[in-house]
Design a protein around this ligand. Structure first.
Ligand SMILES: [Zn+2]
Length: 261
């Protein structure tokens, strides 16, 4: 018999358990991190040891102070990543989560990603904890622009995006090191987590605070917890279901069972 891409037998039981929890849940929060976008070809924005960071200190170059003092240094460094994000397409995991929401389930996504792939896959209730590359804001007059046309010129020709009103430098609306989390997003994330009875962690190693603390808030209120991540997380000891696997293959398997169940 030939091998297929279907999950290993050991995983199947866990996938069934996860599907059962999702079917029973009334309010679901899915917390996503870099692991859900890596199958779309986007490297981990923050983790050291990835190819992206091998020659520079992330905390230094992707910081608000570098952006303020030498924006060209930030833009030079950010250019390959911006290109990867700009050209990326939602993968099977993004699409499966969007399908679950669009099937009428009360499902909110809280994401650490800046790529907008959840929305492009069709999810409508998405809280972006680290901002987004979909818009840029002027550092002088604060006018906000859709990033598409600016990004294209920046990625292809290296042109630093400038404000159409005042020619100030446009900063991507992503949260850099040394920058506060967006207050509204944080309040919204906490509100949804307080109300959920199931949290699914997907593709996050839960290493960046304060977002990493959200699963504990859910657990303390009695919610169930599913963790799908390649590496262990600190909340695995309290999880109902753990799948140490690729989210792009596992989440569609779970979603299929929920929708057909
Ligand atoms: Zn301006």
């Amino acid at each position: 018999m030939s091998q297929t891409a279907s999950p290993a037998l050991a995983s199947v039981a866990a996938i069934e358990d996860a599907a059962e929890l999702l079917r029973k849940a009334k309010r679901i929060v899915v917390l996503t991190g870099a692991g859900i976008s890596s199958p779309s070809g986007i490297p981990d924005f923050r983790s050291e040891g990835s190819g992206l960071w091998s020659r520079v200190e992330p905390v230094e170059v992707a910081s608000l102070s570098t952006f303020r003092t030498s924006p060209e240094r930030f833009f030079n460094w950010f250019r390959p990543l911006a290109g990867q994000i700009f050209n990326a397409k939602p993968n099977a995991a993004h699409k499966a989560l969007a399908e679950l929401e669009n099937s009428g389930r009360d499902l909110n996504v809280v994401t650490q990603n800046i790529d907008g792939l959840h929305q492009r896959a069709g999810s409508t209730r998405v809280v972006e904890m680290h901002g987004t590359l979909r818009t840029l804001s002027c550092t002088e007059c604060f006018r906000q622009f859709e990033s598409g046309p600016f990004l294209e010129q920046y990625i292809n020709e290296g042109m630093i995006p400038k404000c159409l009103s005042c020619n100030g430098i446009l900063k991507p609306d992503v949260i850099l090191f040394g920058e506060q989390l967006p207050q509204l997003a944080w309040l919204e994330a906490q509100r949804t987590v307080r109300q959920c009875d199931l949290m699914l962690v997907a593709g996050s190693s839960l290493e960046v605070l304060p977002v990493a603390g959200l699963p504990m808030q859910a657990l303390d209120r009695g919610a169930h917890l599913i963790v799908i991540n390649q590496t262990p997380t600190y909340v695995n000891v309290r999880a109902d279901v753990i799948l140490m696997d690729d989210v792009a293959s596992i989440i569609p398997e779970i979603s299929k069972r929920v929708l057909n169940g």
